[in-house]
Write a protein that binds this ligand. Structure first.
Ligand code: TYD
Length: 207
């Protein structure tokens, strides 16, 4: 399939400031005049948002295989009804998390075989992959300190430091395997400095 549009994803450890940076990045791309669709995973459609509330509900325990299938059920719907049509219409799609999160969280952390996760991801996304991935990176210890200073308490702390360290290691491993696509940005800077680095990455990628 020929994609006329361009697909960008943003990834990173929990608590890296990804949501803020995604909004600022969307604003920047709109200012540049691009026809932009901003969306997120899991989610992006009514059906996929329902799966999101299920998989992110701390009161619902989910087996690892079920979990990967739920994330990918959400993705299949999202790709088919939002991402693929937007790319075919020549738009820029900016998505908060995508297959790299599945490879890291369900593969690297939860222990599902990487080849299995990769082929399920490929099936769910109809082979669609981002051309550019911005990875907000920081040591979880430093993020934890930063959040404690601000009095923030959320899932980041519930899951624990070892979990977050593993997530980070997974993202760094992916970034080292695909340096052309995955661009690491230091998330331990102030908001403006992080955004400036992201804009540089975008400029270097021709945006
Ligand atoms: P997100 O809303 O990005 O959380 P935050 O911005 O607070 O870090 O993502 C929700 C969670 O879903 C996040 O902990 C990562 C997880 N996730 C997976 O485990 N697998 C996936 O395939 C995706 C897309 C997300």
């Amino acid at each position: 399939m020929m994609n006329k549009g361009r697909f960008i994803t943003m990834e990173g450890v929990d608590g890296s400031g990804k949501t803020t940076q995604l909004q600022l990045t969307a604003r920047y791309l709109l200012q540049c005049g691009y026809d932009l669709v901003t969306t997120r995973e899991p989610g992006g459609t009514k059906m996929a948002e329902r799966i999101r509330s299920l998989v992110l509900d701390a009161d619902v325990s989910i087996n690892a295989r079920t979990e990967v299938l739920l994330y990918l059920a959400a993705r299949a719907e999202h790709v088919a009804t939002v991402i693929k049509p937007a790319l075919e219409a020549g738009k820029i799609v900016l998505c908060d998390r995508f297959a790299d999160s599945t490879l890291v969280y369900q593969g690297f952390v939860r222990g599902i075989l990487p080849e299995t996760v990769a082929s399920l991801c490929d099936f769910a996304a109809e082979g669609i992959t981002p051309e550019l991935t911005i990875m907000l990176d920081a040591a979880p210890e430093a993020l934890l300190q930063r959040r404690a200073d601000r009095g923030v308490k959320d899932r980041f702390e519930q899951e624990g430091l070892d979990f977050q360290k593993k997530v980070r290691a997974g993202f760094l491993m992916l970034a080292s395997k695909e340096p052309e696509r995955i661009k690491r940005v230091n998330a331990l800077q102030n908001v403006d400095a992080v955004q400036a680095d992201i804009r540089n990455v975008l400029k270097n990628a021709g945006f």
